[in-house]
Design a protein around this ligand. Sequence first.
Ligand code: PMP
Length: 362
Amino acid sequence: MQPKPNIVHLPVYQPGKPIEEVKRELGLTEVIKLASNENPFGCSPKAVEAIKREVENVSIYPDGAAVELTEALAKRHGVNPDQIIFGAGSDEVILMIARAFLLPGDENITADQTFPQYRHNIEIENGVVIEVPLVQGTHDLKGMLDKVGPKTKIVWICNPNNPTGTIVTHDEVEWFLSKVPSSVMVVLDEAYCEYIDDPSFPDGLALLRKYPNLVLLRTFSKIYGLASLRIGYGIGRAELIRSINQVREPFNTSRFGQAAALASLQDNEFIERCRKANKEGISFLQGEFDRLGLSYFPAYGNFIMVDVKRPAGEVFDALLRKGVIVRAGHKHYPTSVRITVGSAEQNAKVIAALEAVLQELA
Ligand code: PMP
């Protein structure tokens, strides 16, 4: 039995190493994971309560259309409910967009390097990926525009970009949208947007009102701390969202995910606290990297890409032996690791471990 030829070469997704596996393999009792841009403070206690309440209903299918959550988010974002689609994480929204819109041979423009799920899903649909190198770790929107042609179907912009953490500004994205033909869909992945209060960061919802070819991606996995419940969403023009809805699996988001997300929206204080702690964490880590003479990309989300000036795999392994899991293996950044901003205690621990490792490897 032969699989589709276009999937034969696809890698199986390699997640950040799980804590339990590292503990077992290395015989460690204390391990911290700063590898998957998760929220070190968990989720809102209101979400925990909502999850507990939903246990009663575990045998009953969820509302596939997630009506209550859709209405709450529509209100919050000032859009109509028919402009929102939920997925099992924004990962699934990416999958559904590719599934609904891409024909074999359709061209897609992405940055190189960026979040790998765009390429992954484009290839599954037999689409073509045109990659445009980052410039100083940042999307080169002018270079991406130059690649737009008659076969271009979707442009994927990751903002902040994973793994580098950099952003393109509101004016830059608006310039891009004003130049790109309206027949080309522009997906703006804003997975980390709630962490950002920099006024130059795009107001995606304002852009959406002006550019009907724009689709925004958001998630409850990051600042809301609900990564394991798999709930993300897309916002766009109703006709586009309807097409995505047509390929959605009937019950793609769980009762737990929907209830926890809804409850999380009622806890601004938790979000504020996480945003503040993240900013403090970024300042601390950047200060420490400066002290250690390491350069890094400006960080806007909850992670920082730092150049450790040694093969990243060696530093990754040495940190692992000290019970700290980070992310390495970025093809264009062979001497950089991506570190998720943790709690103050975790941040201090990763710096102490990194300092020791760099001395050992010197
Ligand atoms: N987009 C970006 C840029 C991400 O970094 C991630 C998670 N790593 C996702 C989308 C997917 O997140 P989720 O599926 O958990 O919503």
